[in-house]
Each structure stands twice: as structure tokens, then as C-alpha cells.
Design a protein around this ligand. Structure first.
Ligand code: ATR
Length: 274
């Protein structure tokens, strides 16, 4: 029997912050697979050459992190509809020497909400704070899940209008200054900005008008309990931390390369938060 080792990894610059090697390494061990998953630091001037090398080295594929989610989109031979709508690729599968790009961030966000068995109020407004790449993925995921009233608010309003193009009938843009008022009647609010991350200012928002059953979720996971989530929790709102999106977005990528849809267990959560 040929001992075929499946190779995968994550490309970025820098790459030492990435939690993906811990996540995929945990699953390779857990399922007893012959596989490797490596962090691959590529500097921007070498991007095209270095990713071509991965084909020659027999890689099954790779994840893509900062700052390459848009550049890889351009370098892929095929990009699926999810990645096209989000405008970024976070997962590449190599098939017959060609790059097939997709994006699993929307899946990650929605699956994490479901994993927590939280009732989703799909016809109430879902408020998305921020309009970067993560916001685009979350908006796409919410629309796919059946949310039909999404309110985007971002410090730089022009970027909100880019997100609006995903589905103008179901998305509205509101000024950043109004972020507290628009919480009234909301069924879900998600922070996709960098605010609240260790070393950054907290997100300044007033929860007094927020319905008590509104889900409060964050994509920041360092710290796990951001001031935004703590404020929600103190009032009794259901809160969802940011670590789950990171873990769940990795699952379909792992499945594409290694052939098993892995699960998120407590040990994995502990390893990633350690
Ligand atoms: P990601 O891909 O993680 O979404 P990004 O594309 O850099 O990262 O987006 C970061 C988000 O955080 C943006 O919505 C950004 O707002 P701007 O578009 O106005 O830059 C938001 N953000 C970062 N720092 C912020 C701050 N101090 N106040 C408000 N929003 C901030």
C-alpha cells in the first residue's frame, strides 16, 4: 500500500499568529490521518511563484489569511459563487494542477450560531457593525440562512455601500453615529470590527434599547469576552463568542483536503484558547 501523505497549509504574511495549524493538526491526530498542515509565510513579491511551488510539492490545498484573501481570489483558476459574492477566497483546493477557490467564513459564522442551539429570529433586523471582509462573509451567511432585513453600519460609510450590493433588497445602510438607536427591535447584532480586540479601544455602543432576547455576537476572540459581549451578558442577552467562527470555518476546508468533516470538541477549543 502506498503511504500517501496529504499536504495542506495556510499562507499569509506574517503567519505566526495563525491558529489554523493548531486546528487542523488537532483533527489530523484525532482522525489518525497521514497528513500535514503547515504555516507558510509568503512575502507579497513572491506570492505567485510560491503558490505555484505548492502545486509541484503536491499540496492538496491551503487556507488563505491576511493579507492575501483578495489577491488569491484573482490568482485562482476557478472561484465558486460563495467566494464571488464575498469577494475573497479563504480556502483553495488544488485539482489537476489548478486552484479552485472558495470561502468558508459564512459557513463558519452560521454553523457556530447553530452549534450553540440559539433560536435565530430571521425576520427581525440583524445589525452588522463593520463592513470589511468578515462583514461581507457574515452578511452572505445571514442571507443564505434566510435573514431578510440586514442593517449595516460602518465608520466609513462608502464601504457599507459595497456590502449593500450583495443584496440591495434585503440590506440597508445606516450611519455609524446611529449604531445605538438602530439596535431597537434587533434579533441579532454582530461586531465585525477590530474594536474590543486586545490593545484596541472597546466598541462604544449603548445597549439600553437592545431587546433582551437579541443575540449579541462578536468575531473578535482575543479576549474571548470582549467588552461588547460582557455588556450583553450583564443584561441577560444570549452571547456568542468569536472563537467558534474560527473553528467552524476550518471544518469544510479540512473536509475538502482530508475527506472527513471534523467536529469541534472541547479539547480543540482549549488548545486554540491556550
Ligand atoms: P476584516 O477582514 O477582519 O473585516 P478589515 O477589512 O480591515 O478586516 O475591516 C475592519 C473593520 O473594522 C472595518 O469595518 C473598519 O472600519 P473602516 O471601514 O471605517 O476602516 C473597522 N474598524 C477598525 N478600527 C475601527 C475604529 N477605530 N472605529 C470604528 N471601526 C473600526
Amino acid at each position: 500500500m502506498v503511504n500517501h501523505i496529504i499536504k495542506a497549509g495556510v499562507i499569509g504574511h506574517p503567519i505566526n499568529h495563525s491558529k489554523s495549524p493548531i486546528i487542523h493538526g488537532h483533527w489530523i491526530d484525532k482522525y489518525g490521518l497521514q497528513g500535514t498542515y503547515r504555516p507558510i509565510d509568503i512575502s507579497p513579491e513572491n506570492l505567485q511563484v510560491e503558490i505555484s511551488k505548492l502545486i509541484r510539492e503536491g499540496y492538496a490545498g491551503f487556507n488563505v489569511t491576511i493579507p492575501y484573501k483578495q489577491s488569491i481570489f484573482e490568482l485562482c483558476d476557478y472561484v465558486d459563487d460563495v467566494a464571488k459574492s464575498i469577494g475573497a477566497v479563504n480556502t483553495v483546493v488544488v485539482k489537476n494542477g489548478m486552484f479552485h477557490g472558495t470561502n468558508t467564513d459564512a459557513f463558519g459564522y452560521i454553523q457556530n450560531l447553530k452549534f450553540h442551539n440559539i433560536h435565530l429570529q430571521k425576520h427581525k433586523p440583524a445589525i452588522v457593525l463593520g463592513a470589511g471582509g468578515a462583514a461581507r462573509a457574515i452578511v452572505y451567511g445571514l442571507l443564505e440562512e434566510g435573514f431578510d432585513n440586514i442593517l449595516i453600519t460602518n465608520r466609513t460609510i462608502e464601504k457599507s455601500y459595497d456590502v449593500l450590493k450583495i443584496d440591495e433588497a434585503k440590506i440597508s445602510v445606516l450611519p455609524w453615529e446611529n449604531r445605538s438607536e438602530i439596535l431597537q427591535g434587533a434579533g441579532l447584532v454582530v461586531n465585525t470590527t477590530a474594536l474590543g480586540m486586545t490593545g484596541k479601544d472597546p466598541l462604544d455602543i449603548d445597549f439600553s434599547g437592545l431587546p433582551i432576547d437579541c443575540i449579541v455576537s462578536d468575531i473578535v476572540y482575543a479576549p474571548l469576552m470582549t467588552p461588547f459581549l460582557s455588556d450583553g451578558q450583564k443584561r441577560g442577552n444570549p452571547v456568542v463568542t468569536g472563537i467558534g467562527m474560527l473553528l467552524h470555518q476550518a471544518r469544510p476546508a479540512f473536509e475538502k483536503w482530508f475527506g472527513i468533516l471534523p467536529d469541534v470538541d472541547d479539547e480543540l477549543v482549549r488548545k486554540v484558547l491556550a
